[in-house]
Design a protein around this ligand. Sequence first.
Ligand SMILES: O=C(O)CCC(=O)c1ccccc1C(=O)O
Ligand SMILES: [Mg+2]
Length: 342
Amino acid sequence: MEVDPVSLPLASPLSTATGTIERREGFLVRLEDSPGIGEAMPLPGWTESLEGCREVLETTKSVVRKRGLDAALDELDPSETPAARHGLDLAIADRHAREAGQSLAASLDPSPSQSVPVNATVGDASPEETAERASAAIDAGFETVKLKVGARSIGEDVSRVRAVRDAIGPQPEVRVDANAAWTVADARRAIDGLVPLDVSYIEQPLAADDLDGHAALRDRGVEIALDESLRDVGLDAILDAGAADVLVLKPMAVGGIRRARTLALEARQQHLDPVVTTTVDGVVGRTAALHLAASLRIERACGLATADRLADDFAPDPAPVSEGRMVVPDALGIGVDPSLRR
Ligand SMILES: O=C(O)CCC(=O)c1ccccc1C(=O)O
Ligand SMILES: [Mg+2]
């Protein structure tokens, strides 16, 4: 197992209620002999720190040498060091798929979908700017836009969504992501303003641990999706509280695509609908998340259209967005050269 530090600047930083993402730093994990590649891109607030990830991957190297890959994977705690675990898990999964002569999606499920619908991700900006970005996305073929909210007053956010609806018309799906910025009272006001604008879902309106609050927001004309809550309180608590309609899965934040897949299948059994998104990862992590979504045959738009935000990437994009969908690479494994270096 080899670990290479990597750094990707963002061409368009992503502004959210909890700050702006400007650069992604992490590690490529490579397996030799029988090749496989993974990506460990910690995102502070969502995963361990960069330093924490570096340290645990160093330790993991020697565990792999002494006790093998599977033992090393078992030692990585998905809640303590999810990005490091994602890196190794993905390298192993990529290797397995390659050895089986299959794409990653096909190695996860016998009948994966060939393409996945994706949403455009529109960060916080003025109403005019937000509407312009949303229109540009619709013109480029997207059928769903996800707007970041929660950085401004409820009144301003509702005005932003109204500007978007006025600009793109009634057909496209509009969803919003508050990144836990609202109180219950804020969220009720926001829902009153957003329902007439036909917003499909609100992602993480309230604090991650406020499951009862989220449960009380359901069935008011807009679905509730949970993202941060999965990281902080876990799937069982979300299911027990009946807190959501949609579960947002970020493979980098849950400790790997295979763990994300298990969580998605569990959620579905309880009528909680999974959606897969990236943490604005490089081509290895992003394309792996696409394979995961395809293996789950997700029909809701997924948050995988994040390649455009990067100013640079490790390799050419094997799954560019076209007409609002990403086509799953029909090559071995992830479909990215497993020997690529930075
Ligand atoms: O879901 C998307 O459209 C893209 C991913 C995204 O919004 C995101 C990216 C990095 C960190 C957090 C989030 C989020 O969903 O909250
Ligand atoms: Mg979110």
